[in-house]
Design a protein around this ligand. Structure first.
Ligand SMILES: NC(=O)c1ccc[n+]([C@@H]2O[C@H](COP(=O)([O-])OP(=O)(O)OC[C@H]3O[C@@H](n4cnc5c(N)ncnc54)[C@H](O)[C@@H]3O)[C@@H](O)[C@H]2O)c1
Ligand SMILES: O=c1ccn([C@@H]2O[C@H](COP(=O)(O)OP(=O)(O)O[C@H]3O[C@H](CO)[C@@H](O)[C@H](O)[C@H]3O)[C@@H](O)[C@H]2O)c(=O)[nH]1
Length: 422
């Protein structure tokens, strides 16, 4: 099938590359020229396991990239994957969605070929029918050959290719059968459960899924904080809790909280949606509250161990919002470093992949190429990201003045680290 993917970020690029791997002819459209050039030269603009190989196999062949929307006219499906960032009031900002929908609509003017516009971006319920449909229809001169669908994406960064290729489920929302059927045909050889719903349910499933996962994490963190005060190991507790198949063992890892481009943004958007209808989302508000406080707790523990932090040298290991990515969006390291700077700390940071990205946020701190470099002469150390390579650290901590090590993620394998909530 000929497919146009609009937006070549994490979701669009993975979607495009994976659909090319499935044999489709894909054009990725993005307004960012650098990204387009990178994709066309088979250079991944983001780090994602397996992406380089996919681009090497398909770029310039059945995977093309362009800053123009011309390919839409020739495609049977366009998939909107542009960003829906958090607005100032916590709501989802839909300006990129509107502009993408209008551009798609313009290309479909007078086209006699049936085309389905599919929204994959995370959007509030009602967006596809209330914003995308009118924008496309008006720009296309009310072309009757256009259908609409909503196909939320559940991939995780770091293992995005594997998640896209082997999802737990595919959700396809449509208000007419023909549109949904065409999108479903994209997944015909995926051998997984496909759930067909209306447009608004598909949109809401994404928010409810992310909010539930975020709730599991905040719940574990709260239980962890209680456990720590009793000297109980929350990881042992959650192992026991997660053995109940009604709960499952996943997303119960306590620590310094959830970051990333999705959980904080999507929980905030759902809170905003609830309030707009006069519903008070008590639980979701608490999920965010626990998450805001959690990274600051690690600083409190550090203070208990070291006293006044002013002038102290502190190593921060891990800047990415989780392991296996260079993405720092809403990383829990950000509020922690902000607080350290406020306390007058000399911050020495290391991340295997995210140093460069963090330099744009905190140009004033010192970055190192290795954990050992950051730990040299440090008074204390905070571990903020679950990078697997941190589990091999031990002798490196001997470079510190004294081994005062606080973990925000359960990743170290040394006996003398103190956990944030264990
Ligand atoms: N990142 C994830 O893990 C993930 C997973 C599932 C769903 N989502 C959702 O998918 C959507 C995209 O997220 P992302 O992380 O890929 O965002 P991103 O910021 O990495 O990428 C968005 C891309 O869209 C491009 N863009 C913006 N306006 C455009 C336009 N008018 N035409 C063409 N391109 C345009 C930008 O240049 C950018 O490259 C969001 O709604 C997000 O919530 C993200
Ligand atoms: O038990 C856990 C699991 C995760 N995290 C943290 O939660 C955040 C998010 O992790 P993860 O869900 O693995 O990463 P994302 O790539 O943000 O993926 C989430 O957000 C995506 C965007 O919507 C969804 O598609 C995915 O299904 C959803 O897992 C990270 O900071 C993790 O450190 C924990 O603290 N404890």
């Amino acid at each position: 099938m000929k497919i146009s993917v609009v937006g070549g970020g994490y979701v669009g690029l993975i979607t495009g590359a994976c659909l090319a791997e499935k044999g489709h002819h894909v054009t990725i459209i993005d307004i960012d020229k650098e990204k387009i050039n990178a994709i066309n030269s088979a250079r991944p603009p983001i780090y994602e396991k397996g992406l380089e190989e996919l681009l090497a196999r398909h770029s310039g062949k059945n995977l093309l990239a362009s800053t123009g929307y011309e390919s839409v006219r020739d495609s049977e499906i366009s998939i909107i994957c542009v960003g829906t960032p958090m607005g100032e009031d916590g709501s989802a900002d839909l300006k990129y969605i509107v502009s993408a929908a209008e551009s798609i609509g313009r290309e479909l003017k007078n086209s006699g070929v049936y085309h389905v516009v599919t929204v994959k971006s995370t959007v509030p319920p009602g967006t596809t029918s209330g914003i995308v449909v009118p924008a496309v229809m008006s720009a296309s001169g009310n072309n009757p050959n256009i259908g609409f669908a909503m196909n939320p994406e559940f991939l995780r960064e770091g293992i995005a290719v594997d998640d896209f290729m082997n999802p737990d489920r595919v959700v396809i929302g449509s208000d007419d059968k023909k549109s949904g059927d065409l999108v479903e045909s994209l997944y015909s050889d995926f051998n997984i459960r496909i759930l067909r719903t209306g447009l608004v349910s598909a949109e809401m499933i994404k928010y409810a899924s992310n909010s539930f996962l975020a709730t599991k994490i905040s719940f574990s963190n709260e239980v962890g904080n209680i456990c720590k005060s009793f000297g109980i190991d929350v990881y042992e507790v959650m192992e026991g809790v997660g053995l109940d198949h009604r709960i499952s063992p996943y997303f119960l890892n306590a620590g310094c909280g959830f970051g990333g481009s999705c959980f904080p943004k999507d929980v905030s958007a759902l809170i905003h949606l609830a309030k707009s209808k006069g519903v008070d989302p008590v639980l979701l508000r608490s999920v965010l509250k626990v998450n805001e406080v959690q990274p600051l707790l690690i600083i409190e523990i550090l203070k208990k161990r070291l006293g006044d932090l002013n002038g102290k040298r502190i190593a921060v290991l891990g800047l990415a919002f989780k392991g296996d990515t260079d993405d720092i969006r809403d990383s829990r390291a950000v509020p922690a470093i902000e607080r350290l700077i406020m306390e007058g700390v000399d911050v020495h940071a290391f991340d295997p992949m995210a140093n460069e990205n963090m330099k744009a946020v905190f140009p004033e701190i010192t970055y190192h190429d290795s954990a050992a470099g950051a730990l040299e002469n440090a008074d204390g150390c905070l571990v903020m990201t679950e990078w697997p390579e941190f589990s091999r650290l031990d002798k490196e901590f001997d470079k510190m003045k004294k081994r005062v090590i606080i973990e925000g993620r359960r990743i170290l394998s040394i006996p003398d680290a103190e956990g944030i909530c264990w």
